[in-house]
Write a protein that binds this ligand. Structure first.
Ligand code: TYD
Ligand code: MG
Length: 460
């Protein structure tokens, strides 16, 4: 009999080693290796037992089955138009961010629409889920609930079913397969349990949602190993201090990956935010230096957000650069460009930058709005309250074109903005700006800084 073997598996990235080491060589994390028993190795394939794989052409086959629209527009958009039958979605996020709440709302809404939906919780008791459903006003939905963690039992309950629309597993870290020796939540368990459930979803044709907790660093620990096995990975993010929650697709085989859904956590669960710009700008105070409105784009949707900059005199030592909601490397670059190309010296100041509302902006198009907030703070001159900014800034201080200018302008006008500061057009198609919106096209950061210094001189 072969002697039992164990291996050491990194709980962060899933890399396996034959002996313990302090630092994972694959991902560089410290102290993440845990000893796990090796899963029973399938015997060597017997000669003659293989069935030949049949190959077919590109054409033919049935039309794909219709998607299951949930009826929660913010979720449907991120999914790429609802759930695809027989597909698997991993929903990740920090504990307490609202994953269970959102999935219960989605499951109950689908059940109300007459679909068969099963919700398996390994974290909460039936009573707890019922209590939450009552609080959310969803107790009348014909949802099938179970509190279970044994994947074999769950599989047995799902095996015979043919008309299931959606199954939610909350969470994959609590699931446990008795053929694998390690504890629930370990990489081996998550992988094996995930594989078993995914196999069932594909075989039975139901959409499957696996909920997974994320570590503080932002990686789905454990469930990370599932990322390549599932069809879509959605992250539910947001500050616990803010009521906004953003659902973001980071992988989607059936839709775009840059879409976001915006929700607000309320007493009655997660409410959709159909117009996030209005919400992100709700608390903006006009006429304050160091603030500029960025006309951004999240997926197909324009979103206006306020960028705030604060400069404080540095009291010795290297100056502080503190950034919330934007990339700190990008800020460093922009400060250097403002300094050497536009003569705006900020090297003696501590710089604090904040994207108000808790949204994380990833677009280079935000450069111009950040530069405007910095120039406004440095000159102690407020930007015009009815002005939005967008444009990428290059290393020589030039302001560069960005995608979808028209969508951004339209959103700005919709929200009552009177003018927009944007990159100067060089040839190409004419910009179809909404009527009544004044355009200030600029080619270089010096134009931006000059606008602030000029405004300041005029005020004095
Ligand atoms: P939950 O969905 O349990 O988070 P997760 O599954 O991601 O761990 O959400 C928990 C938080 O949401 C909790 O702190 C309370 C809050 N909440 C509300 O504010 N309103 C509600 O209606 C519900 C159900 C929860
Ligand atoms: Mg939960």
């Amino acid at each position: 009999m072969a002697k039992p073997v164990s291996r050491f598996v990194c709980q962060h990235c899933g890399a396996a080693y034959s002996k313990w080491i302090g630092r994972c060589e694959a991902c560089g994390e410290w102290n993440t290796l845990v000893e796990e028993a090796v899963e029973a190795r399938p015997g060597a394939p017997r000669a003659g037992s293989a069935k030949r794989v049949a190959f077919v052409g590109l054409q033919g086959g049935a039309a794909p089955p219709p998607r299951e629209m949930v009826g929660i527009a913010e979720l449907d958009r991120v999914l790429g138009g609802g759930f695809v039958p027989a597909s698997v979605v991993l929903v990740g996020g920090d504990p307490g961010i609202g994953k269970s709440t959102l999935m219960l709302q989605a499951a109950a809404t689908l059940a109300r629409a007459g679909k068969r939906v099963r919700y398996v919780s390994g974290e909460e008791s039936i009573d707890q889920i019922r209590l939450r459903a009552r609080r959310l006003g969803l107790e009348d939905a014909a949802l099938e609930l179970a509190a279970a963690i044994n994947v074999r039992d769950i599989a047995a309950a799902l095996e015979g079913e043919r008309d299931l629309g959606l199954v939610v597993i909350d969470s994959i870290q609590t699931m446990w397969l008795d053929t694998v020796e390690s504890a629930p939540g370990s990489v081996s368990q998550v992988r094996a349990a995930g594989f078993e459930l995914i196999r069932l979803a594909k075989a039975r044709g139901f959409a499957l949602v696996l909920v997974g907790h994320v570590t503080k660093e932002g990686a789905i620990a454990g469930p990370r190993v599932l990322e390549h096995m599932v069809d879509a990975v959605l992250y539910f993010e947001g500050d616990r201090g803010h009521q906004f929650r953003i659902l973001r697709a980071v992988k989607n085989r059936f839709g775009a990956t840059d879409e976001i859904g915006v929700f607000e956590m309320t007493e009655a669960g997660l409410a959709e935010v159909p117009n996030p710009s209005a919400l992100f700008l709700a608390e903006r105070r006009g006429n304050i230096a160091g603030s500029a409105v960025f006309a951004g784009l999240e997926g197909t949707r324009p979103v206006l957000v306020e960028v705030q900059a604060l400069l404080a005199p540095n009291s010795g030592g290297s100056p502080r650069r503190s950034v919330v909601g934007w990339d700190s490397g990008r800020l460093a670059m922009l400060l250097a460009v403002l300094d050497s190309r536009a003569g705006l010296r900020l090297s003696g100041s501590d710089v604090y930058l904040n994207v108000a509302g808790g949204l994380r902006v990833n677009e280079p198009a935000a450069d111009l709005a950040v530069a405007a907030a910095l120039a406004s703070a440095a000159t102690e001159t407020p930007a015009s309250p009815g002005l939005v900014y967008f444009g990428e800034v290059g290393l020589s201080g030039e302001v560069r074109q960005v995608a979808q200018a028209e969508a951004r302008l339209k959103e700005a006008q919709k929200l009552g903005f009177a003018s927009a500061c944007l990159p100067r057009r060089v040839g190409g198609r004419k910009l179809l700006a909404p009527e009544g919106l004044r355009l200030e096209e600029i080619g270089h950061l010096t134009d931006l800084v000059a606008a602030f210094t000029g405004k300041r001189a005029a005020a004095n």
